[in-house]
Every structure is written in C-alpha cells, then in structure tokens.
Design a protein around this ligand. Structure first.
Ligand code: DGY
Length: 320
C-alpha cells in the first residue's frame, strides 16, 4: 500500500498532527485562517486526499475543480452538510466523517447548555465577575429545576440517544421526534412523536440534535416556539440554520421562553449580535466536540478510513 499524501485545511492540535504525520505525507494550512475555495483547490494539487472542516464549503463547483489526484475527502466533523456528497460520488471521490468518537463529548456539552440556560449562568457569571455582587438573596437568579421536566429531543441519532441517557440521569422524562421510531430497547421508555410539532407541545427543554438538511433547516420558527410549554428552554448543538434567529431572539426578549443554550449559529462566527446582549442566552463558540478525547478520536477515525481507502477497502465512517 502506498503512503498517501494529503492537504489539511484546518488548524489541528499538535497531537492530532503527529498521528496524521505517522501515516500520511500531510501538509497543513499554516495560515490559521479559512482558505478560499481557490486556495483550497490549489493546495490540493497532486494530493491523494483532502482534510476539511465545517467552514469549508465543498460544494459541487469546488468538487468539480478538485485535481484528478484527489481520491478522498475527510471532514474533521460528524456533520457533513458542507459537502455535496452526490457531487463527490459522481466524481468517484470517497468521503469520510467522524461519527461515534465525539458522541459523549457533544452530549456532555448539551447538558452544559441546558443547565446553564436553566440556572441563568450568563447573568450570574457576569455579576460575580463585575465585582458588583452584594451577596446571597432569595430573589436573584431564580432558575428552573430540570427534575421531572420533559426533555424533547429533535433528531434521535447517536448524539440524541446519548443526550437522552444523560437526561434520564437528571430524572427528566424523555420524548423525541426523528425520522423513525427506535426499537423498544433503544427507546428505553421515551415517548415518540412522529410529528415534531406534537413533540414541541409536550416539551419543557428542547434539544436540537438533528442533522442540517433541507427538511430541518429553519425548523424552529416563531409558530413552533409558540408550541413549547411555558418557561421552556431551547438548546442547539446541531447547526445554526435549524433556528430562525429573529424568532428565537424575539421569544427570549419577551420572556416567552426561559432561556436558550446555543453552541452553533447562523453565519458563525459572525453571529447575530443581539445574542450577545441577551441575559437569558448562554452562548458558546461551537465548542461542543472540543475535548482532547474527541479531537484525538476524530483524527484516528479519519486516519483509519483513509488508510482503508488507500488499501482499496472501506470503513463504517465512509459516507460515499
Ligand atoms: C461536527 O463535528 O459536526 C461539529 O459541529 C464540529 O464541526
């Protein structure tokens, strides 16, 4: 098996780079910034594989212009809405992503979002850091207890299931909506709603854990926010485009919902600036999968996929 050459478009931790370099002749984007499509295509010249990430728009136009040497695209993400899989398939280019290895990390981040929104962490953290805290009172920071509340999960894939498991640990009732109903052993007593709008009506804490597809984009609009139970919480760990910002910001402003925990945004990193001003929005810079364990696992699963492809085989994380 020949050793593949590869261009990596994103900055990676040194320990992941070392793992890659032990298996491939890898060169890296050392600019620390997002490359233009032209630059990406130029740097791919003569390489066997390309490693990209969510900010790279690998659309049909980009794929059509990739050099003939490219046999595989590996995305350092579980989401692949930034890649035109059909176009890659049409050109005979394999595509790999990073399922499973980041599931626990992302599920843990979701609980962080939920708890932080429920317990008004944005306001509390700002107060103590300001030096203005005057001591304990019974009136400040009254939050929401999660015990007994219904966790409604929109998108019950690997990550959705891992979030459900953690919700059970918090004594929450689990409800979900997804493409299909889980078998009873996976469902573990969770309530399935075929129609996601029926899920919303029964939900205290909504988690958006679906992939970004034409069906799910802009899902959480004004009408659907109105369907949530009073004092609801919205957590988004999926993609910013599942949410209509205008509607969510309005609901947060007028107190229609208690709070939101958001790790992903439309147009990130240029997020709607109003989120930064909302005391009941707990916002994070897309760090849901950012643990050492997940980062290493993401590198390793892509290495395994690319090595298998180089040897003419395949792995479970191959999309096309
Ligand atoms: C993913 O893996 O899809 C995360 O959102 C990071 O890109």
């Amino acid at each position: 098996m020949s050793r593949w050459s590869m261009f990596v478009s994103l900055a990676l931790p040194e320990y992941v780079k070392a793992d890659l370099l032990s298996e491939f002749d890898a060169t890296f984007n050392e600019t620390g910034s997002l490359l233009s499509q032209d630059a990406l295509i130029e740097r791919a010249a003569g390489k066997d594989a390309l490693m990209v990430y969510v900010a790279d728009k690998v659309d049909r136009k980009c794929i059509a212009r990739l050099p003939a040497s490219i046999k595989a695209i590996a995305t350092y993400s579980v989401g692949y809405d930034h890649i035109d899989l059909k176009a890659a398939k049409d050109r005979g280019i394999a595509v790999f992503h990073t399922p499973d290895v980041l599931t626990n990390t992302v599920a843990e981040a979701t609980i962080l979002l939920i708890l932080s929104a429920a317990r008004r962490v944005t306001e509390g953290a700002a107060l103590i850091r300001s030096g203005q805290w005057r001591g304990w009172t019974a009136v400040d920071f009254n939050g929401i207890e999660l015990t007994g509340k219904t966790l409604g999960i929109y998108g019950m894939g690997r990550i959705g299931k891992a979030i459900a498991q953690r919700g059970r640990g918090l004594d929450m009732k689990i409800a979900y909506s997804g493409a299909s109903r889980l078998p009873p052993d996976a469902e573990q007593g969770a309530t399935y709603f075929k129609d996601p709008e029926d899920l919303l009506k029964e939900t205290d804490v909504l988690v958006l854990a679906c992939a970004s597809t034409p069906e799910t984009r802009q899902f959480l609009n004004e009408d659907r926010i109105e369907m949530l139970r009073p004092n609801a919480i919205v957590a988004n760990i999926s993609r910013g485009d599942i949410v209509v910002d205008e509607a969510l910001i309005a609901a947060l402003k007028r107190g229609r919902i208690h709070g939101a925990g958001l790790d992903v945004f439309n147009g990130e990193p240029a997020i709607d600036p109003r989120y930064r001003e909302l005391p009941n929005a707990f916002i994070l810079p897309h760090l849901g999968s950012s643990t050492i364990e997940a980062r290493r696992g993401m590198g390793q699963i892509l290495i395994n996929g690319l090595k298998a492809a180089a040897a003419g085989g395949t792995t479970k994380n191959r999309l096309v």
